[in-house]
Design a protein around this ligand. Structure first.
Ligand code: NAD
Ligand code: MG
Length: 393
């Protein structure tokens, strides 16, 4: 049976966004899927967005950054594709009539368009982990009201989603999130001091956007994924474990009470988890080379190291603390990673900034209320900027 979807891609010009649109094209070409593209969005890269909108026959294209508006309008004039400009236009993209929405904006900037899509009942393919870390309760409540399905795209969560017994979550002993270890797995802490942005974004196994690549290097990514898992998978968060597996073949595992451990394996290419969410519960072929275990030969495992990578500890502690702590952690990290990428902060100081913000940001309120989350997010961004300025002097 053919898979029929009307899709919107939020963050269409990014690593996950372009992989999603390429997959949509391949699936259509295979004759296995009948997919129309409703809307595509980007932050400021109007030329790339216009090219994608034309290539994939989108009905609506929106840029968040107002300065990119004129270029987008010019590039799409005469094509019949509607154009939107500004943050509200990106929210409108979430509101438009697509039954499957890829949430692939990077950072908490993706919250409002995501909530718009969730409230109207779209199935959400969920890559934008910062939204769950920051506003997990609000996102889950919106999904519940809308009635759409939350389909995890992050490779670890997608793996768990594929092997988790949602009918019997009490039969799960633990879930095991695998981690590649990032580019600095074998370095001692002193060797991490002078790391440059170019070194940090060069991930050994995965090709990804700049922010998540830095997060992988600090291991904040795995910390954020622990928090993401706590929202996406119905197990107490104490049952979430992290295991370093440098080959990135096993994408995560579920350990059941009878001793069975179920895992999902595959080549490290995001096309595969994206395909699983696009076709769920069916499957579509992808152009990725099949996994060749004989060639891989060896798979190894080691425990995570919270001493060398304090980001792992910070995420665990903020999850334990609850309330708005994870929103503070996320916002502080976004600001710190941005400063690192711009050359204004040292690699090891990213963890200093997040620790400082967790200790000194004042935020109170209900974590399920969007206003409280956005206030905590803004307060943490302020504290982080002050700390970065202080470290620079
Ligand atoms: P990316 O930087 O390559 O792309 C980000 C996209 O978001 C771009 O289209 C950009 O234009 C858009 N964007 C950025 N800021 C925006 C703003 N303020 N308003 C509106 N749009 C904005 O990032 P990516 O690697 O594709 O990652 C996207 C999300 O998916 C992140 O949350 C990341 O953690 C998650 N993720 C990525 C991967 C991966 O392999 N790249 C894997 C798992 C999860
Ligand atoms: Mg991941």
């Amino acid at each position: 049976m053919t898979i029929k979807r009307r899709v919107t891609v939020l963050g269409a010009t990014g690593s996950v966004g372009t992989s999603t649109l390429s997959l949509v094209k391949a699936a259509k070409a295979s004759g296995d899927a009948d997919i129309a593209v409703e809307a595509v969005t980007a932050n400021g890269n109007a030329e790339a967005l216009a090219a994608l909108a034309i290539e994939h026959g989108a009905k609506f294209a929106a840029v968040c950054d107002e300065r990119a508006g004129p270029v987008l309008k010019e590039a799409l004039s005469g094509t019949g594709i509607e154009v939107g400009v500004g943050p509200e236009a990106v929210v409108e993209a979430g509101q438009r009539d697509a039954d499957w929405v890829m949430a692939a904006i990077v950072g908490a900037a993706g919250i409002k368009p995501l909530l718009a899509a969730a409230e109207r009942g779209a199935d959400i393919a969920f890559a934008n982990k910062e939204c769950l870390v920051c506003a997990g309760d609000a996102v889950l409540a919106a999904m519940k009201r809308g009635g759409g399905r939350l389909l995890p795209v992050d490779s670890e969560h997608n793996a768990i989603f594929q092997v988790f017994d949602f009918e019997r979550p009490h039969r799960v002993r633990k879930i095991i999130l695998t981690a590649s270890g990032g580019p600095f797995r074998e370095r001692i802490r002193a060797e991490l001091k002078g790391i440059t942005p170019a070194q940090a974004v060069a991930h050994p196994n995965w090709s990804m956007g700049a922010k998540i690549s830095v997060d992988s290097a600090t291991k904040k990514n795995k910390g954020l994924e622990r928090i993401e898992a706590a929202y996406l998978i119905p197990v107490p968060h104490e049952k979430i474990e992290i295991l370093v597996h440098p080959q990135s073949v096993i994408h995560s595992m579920v350990d059941y009470v009878d001793g069975s451990v179920l895992a999902q394996l595959g080549p490290p290419d995001m096309t595969i988890p994206i395909a699983s969410t696009l076709a769920w519960p069916d499957r579509v072929p992808t152009p990725i080379e099949p996994l060749d275990l004989a060639q891989i030969g060896t798979m190894t495992f080691e425990p995570p190291d919270e001493e060398r990578f304090p980001a792992l500890r910070q995420a665990r502690e903020s999850l334990d603390e609850g309330g708005l702590a994870t929103a503070i952690l996320n916002a502080a990290n976004e600001v710190a990673v941005g400063a690192f990428l711009n050359g204004h902060l040292g690699f090891l100081d990213i963890a200093d900034v997040t620790d400082h913000c967790l200790q000194s940001t004042k935020a109170v309120g209900d974590p399920a209320a969007l206003e409280a989350v956005l206030a905590a997010d803004a307060a943490a961004r302020n504290t982080a900027s002050e700390r970065i300025a202080a470290l620079a002097t």
